[in-house]
Design a protein around this ligand. Structure first.
Ligand code: FES
Length: 105
């Protein structure tokens, strides 16, 4: 993780339940921030297929399922887990400081 990142607070830990995904706006970026397996993940919130908000979907086998057409995107890598290959969604580092969830952009 680079020290060049700008860490932006996006909420308190208690605001997420296991399996939650919440849409977050950081400047011009639309992200989804997820809690899965006790770990936070952040991913661009725009499906590369047809632009649907990925954070509306549920998490299946460590991947977010798009409610548009069912493609899934790995929470760790952003790569398509189920659907056509060659697509990827940007991911961002997440840290927790004093109970506050922060995303590095
Ligand atoms: S819009 Fe996401 S799979 Fe089609």
């Amino acid at each position: 993780m680079s020290d060049d990142l700008r860490w932006t607070p996006v909420g308190k830990i208690a605001e997420w339940k296991e399996g939650d995904g919440r849409p977050i706006q950081i400047g011009a970026r639309r992200l989804g921030v997820y809690l899965h397996g006790g770990t936070f993940f952040a991913m661009k919130d725009i499906c590369p297929h047809a632009g649907v908000s990925l954070s509306q979907g549920s998490i299946v086998d460590g991947a977010v399922m798009c409610v548009g057409h069912g493609w899934t995107f790995d929470l760790k890598t952003g790569e398509v887990a189920r659907g056509p290959g060659g697509y990827k969604v940007a991911t961002y580092p997440v840290r927790v400081v004093d109970g506050e969830v922060q995303v590095g952009v």
